[in-house]
Design a protein around this ligand. Structure first.
Ligand code: SAH
Ligand code: SF4
Ligand code: F3S
Length: 446
């Protein structure tokens, strides 16, 4: 048998990118490569990149410098840049970073074998064509770094919301949804091979709409119906598309997890307008009220950008006020980073000083830490169904899993193993983790 060459693939950015790397893994495996975790033995290095903030790009550039070393040791080594930075910078990246042989945008991964052949012939190879319909629906992802319990399924690609600060509509192109049949079949296959949780992924997941008219609520219902022991999550929802219909379907199926990530970005109407988010504070609060009334006990998380163009102290206070009102269980919090080519870069000045951005971010993080701690403290004494994902990092005697609310729980192993469900009574917490003890012996669930 011909020996397979080795691909080392490193991924930055969002879950969509991690999911894309699995598609790339699959395409390469079909082309006589196998993936390796050992960079030193790689014949091919791919870095799947992110452009969302300047520091994401800086990190990749620093990594490329390190790859140079490996190229010196192994002259035939090929280096490819994939993903959003490839799309944003195109051939400019090759001019700036001489060690790069191949540049491939997020919609061109099917072309990788051809591009690689060109590179092996000593040419520089590039394909950054965006597509209106590519969804990679027929490609069965290679589950890299999987715990065998939870998996991602990409259900739609692209984004046309054009939030003024955001580079994604430029790097990911038009919104398109994958055929529902292929999604449901992928979830069934995962369940049959032992997976117990799927996360439906998209930049704007709840605006999913297939050619046959299936909307997101109906799709998630079909996935939830596969088996009550298959948990279903989704990310990321845009507040404008969070429908009552979806909340009602969630309420009807306990295996659709009680956790909604609903990025707010800012609590100030003036900022939301400049950001082109298409909702105002009142409307967003209405969505949260709907969640609270239809799905009691549902966890809420968010994304926040601080220091956007012209943000005043009052705007900042509005954000802190909204965070307290919403009592988020968790948040991702960022300093505004101006991105070339975006609407904000063209129209608004990046005029908040680094110092003020840092100070505001600190206040936001401190507040969130308190909110997360309070939320966890309220769980102490309660019992939750936990899906076990792995042995705890610190000790093989403990297991780590998640509640439906997406909170991490660590507890003594007993006879449980990853993939099992356990009823766990929470006994203690920090702002990041719950600790507890299983209250019943493991059941043979299947
Ligand atoms: N599609 C998702 C999120 C995509 S990016 C959504 O719309 O919610 C993830 C997060 O990165 C965003 O929610 C936003 O909070 C942050 N982000 C995007 N562009 C940014 C920028 N230019 N500077 C700082 N943070 C940014
Ligand atoms: Fe970016 Fe807005 Fe699209 Fe999210 S919805 S990816 S923030 S443009
Ligand atoms: Fe980054 Fe592209 Fe995702 S910019 S956040 S990898 S869509």
């Amino acid at each position: 048998m011909e020996t397979r060459r080795k691909l080392f693939i490193e991924t930055y950015g969002c879950q969509m990118n991690f999911s894309d790397s699995q598609i790339v893994g699959s395409i390469m495996t079909d082309n006589n490569f196998e993936t390796t975790n050992n960079i030193a033995e790689a014949d091919l290095i791919f870095v799947n990149t992110c452009s969302i903030r300047d520091n994401a790009e800086k990190r990749v550039r620093a990594r490329l410098q390190e790859y140079k070393r490996y190229k010196k040791l192994k002259p035939g080594l090929i280096i490819g840049v994939l993903g959003c930075m490839a799309e944003r910078l195109k051939s400019q990246l090759m001019e700036e970073e001489k060690m790069v042989d191949v540049i491939v945008g997020p919609d061109a991964y099917r072309d990788l074998p051809r591009l690689l052949e060109l590179a092996e012939g000593g040419q520089k190879a590039i394909n950054v064509i965006l597509s209106a319909d590519e969804t990679y629906a027929d490609i069965n992802p290679v589950r890299l770094d999987s715990n065998g319990v939870s998996a991602f399924i990409s259900i739609m690609r692209g984004c046309e919301n054009f939030c003024s600060y955001c580079v994604v509509p430029f790097t990911r192109g038009k919104e398109r949804s994958r055929d529902p049949e292929t999604i449901v079949n992928e979830a069934i296959d995962l369940f049959n091979t032992g997976y117990r949780e799927v996360t439906l992924l998209g930049q704007n997941v709840n605006s999913y709409k297939s050619d046959d008219g299936t909307g997101f609520a109906r799709l998630i219902e079909r996935v939830a119906l596969i088996n009550p022991k298959l948990r279903v999550r989704f990310a990321t929802s845009h507040p404008k598309d969070l429908s009552e219909e979806l909340l009602k379907i969630m309420a009807a199926y306990p295996n659709i997890c009680r956790s909604i990530h609903l990025p707010v970005q800012s609590g100030s109407d003036r900022m939301l307008k400049l950001m082109n988010r298409k909702y105002d504070r009142q409307w967003y609060m209405g969505r949260i009220e709907a969640i609270r009334s239809i799905l009691p006990g549902c966890a809420l998380s968010t994304d926040i950008i601080t220091g956007f163009s012209s943000e005043s102290e009052q705007d900042h206070q509005d954000t802190l006020g909204l965070m307290k009102w919403a009592a988020y269980d968790y948040a991702f919090m960022f300093k505004y980073s101006e991105r070339p080519g975006t609407i904000a870069e063209k129209k608004y000045k990046d005029d908040i000083s680094e110092e003020v951005k840092s100070q505001r971010l600190k206040e936001i993080i401190d507040l969130q830490q308190e909110l997360s701690y309070r939320s966890n403290l309220a769980d102490v004494g309660k019992t939750f169904e936990v899906l076990i994902e792995s042995f705890s990092k610190k000790s093989g005697k403990e297991l780590s899993g998640r509640t439906s609310q997406n909170k991490v729980v660590v507890f003594p192993k007993q006879d449980f193993k990853p993939g099992d469900y356990a009823e766990v009574k929470i006994t203690a917490c920090t702002s990041a983790t719950l600790r507890g003890e299983a209250v019943i012996k493991p059941l043979n669930l299947l």
